[in-house]
Design a protein around this ligand. Structure first.
Ligand code: SF4
Length: 290
C-alpha cells in the first residue's frame, strides 16, 4: 500500500487497516496543528480507493477494523461515502468496525437520515477533535467551529447510532485561559454525551503560529503542575449522565488515565491528585510526542 505523506490515526486504531479517503484536512487552519501542512487537500476517487482496498485484501488475510483517513474524511458527501463503505464490507466481510476522522461541520452538513444510512453501511465511530469547550479558546486557535456546533454534532451522530470519540487538548488555553478552558471543557464533556473522550496534552509544533505566539510572549504554555491542575478542573466539571469512556493514553500525555464517567470520576481525580504530589508518576517531556 502506498500512502500519500504522513498518515495519522487515533491511538485506538493502532491495529486497523488505514485507507486514505481524502488527502490532508479541508480546514488545515488550527494554529497548533502541523499534521497536514505538507498536503494540499483533495478527495480521492472511488477508483483509487477501490484499488487500495483490493491491494490491502491481497496483503491482509484478516482485517478486523478499518480507519478512513486523512484529517476529516467525513467531509466526503454521503452519496460518495456510502459506495466506499459498501466496498469495504464487500471486500472485508470480517471487518467489525469502520472509523473516520471528522469535524463537527462534516456531521452538521449531513441529515439525520444520511447519518443513519452511514451507520447501517458500517460506519461505527467518528473521531472528532473538539480541542476545547471554551468559545474563546476555539476562536484563538482558529478552530472554525463553536462549542454549540460540537455539542449538536455529537448528539446527532450518537442519536444515529454512531459512536463519537471526542478529543480535547490540555493546555490549549495557555496560562491566561487555564480555568476558562478547563471548566468549559469539563462542562462540554458532561453535556455532549459522547461515547468516548480522549484527553491530549498540547505539544508545540516548531514553525506554527502558536510557537510564534510563545516567542512573542502572547501565549504562555502551562508547566507540569498547571497541566495537572487543569486536568483536575476538567474532571471536576465533567458531570456525565450517560456513560463515557475517558482516556488520556496519547503519546503527548504526561499521565495515563482510563476510566468510565461518571462511575470512575473520583478514582481518576485521586490519580491526578496523587500525580500532583509525586511528579515521578508523570511522563517526562523527552518521552512525549505528537
Ligand atoms: S486540528 Fe483537525 S481540523 Fe484542525 S487543522 Fe488539524 S486536522 Fe484539521
Amino acid at each position: 500500500m502506498q500512502y500519500e505523506g504522513s498518515v495519522y490515526r487515533p491511538p485506538s486504531e493502532a491495529g486497523s487497516l488505514i485507507i486514505q479517503a481524502t488527502i490532508g484536512c479541508s480546514h488545515n487552519g488550527c494554529t497548533f496543528c502541523p499534521m497536514y501542512w505538507d498536503k494540499k487537500f483533495k478527495m480521492r476517487s472511488f477508483e483509487e480507493i477501490y484499488r487500495d482496498l483490493q491491494e490491502a485484501r491481497r496483503e491482509n488475510p484478516r482485517v478486523d477494523r478499518i480507519f478512513l483517513a486523512d484529517g476529516d474524511a467525513l467531509c466526503v458527501a454521503t452519496d460518495k461515502l456510502l459506495p466506499i463503505l459498501g466496498a469495504l464490507s464487500a471486500i472485508f466481510p470480517e471487518c467489525s468496525r469502520v472509523g473516520i476522522y471528522g469535524r463537527a461541520e462534516n456531521i452538521l452538513r449531513k441529515t439525520d437520515k444520511e447519518l443513519r444510512e452511514l451507520r447501517q453501511a458500517g460506519l461505527g465511530i467518528i473521531y472528532l477533535g473538539a480541542e476545547s469547550g471554551s468559545a474563546e479558546v476555539l476562536k484563538r486557535v482558529n478552530k472554525g467551529e463553536t462549542p454549540e456546533d460540537m455539542i449538536t454534532a455529537v448528539h446527532r451522530a450518537e442519536n444515529a447510532g454512531i459512536h463519537v470519540s471526542v478529543t480535547f487538548i490540555s493546555g490549549l488555553g495557555g496560562r491566561e485561559l487555564l480555568e476558562e478552558h478547563a471548566v468549559q471543557t469539563g462542562k462540554m464533556i458532561g453535556e455532549m454525551g459522547a461515547s468516548f473522550v480522549g484527553l491530549m496534552t498540547l505539544m508545540i509544533a516548531p514553525g506554527s503560529s502558536l510557537s510564534a505566539d510563545i516567542q512573542s510572549g502572547k501565549f504562555e504554555p502551562l508547566n507540569m503542575q498547571e497541566v495537572m491542575k487543569e486536568l483536575e478542573l476538567i474532571l471536576q466539571n465533567a458531570n456525565c449522565e450517560k456513560n463515557c469512556v475517558i482516556r488520556s493514553n496519547h503519546a503527548s500525555n504526561r499521565l495515563v488515565l482510563k476510566g468510565t464517567l461518571p462511575t470512575d470520576k473520583q478514582r481518576l481525580l485521586n490519580q491526578v491528585q496523587s500525580a500532583m504530589k509525586d511528579e515521578k508518576m508523570l511522563r517526562p517531556d523527552k518521552f512525549r510526542g505528537f
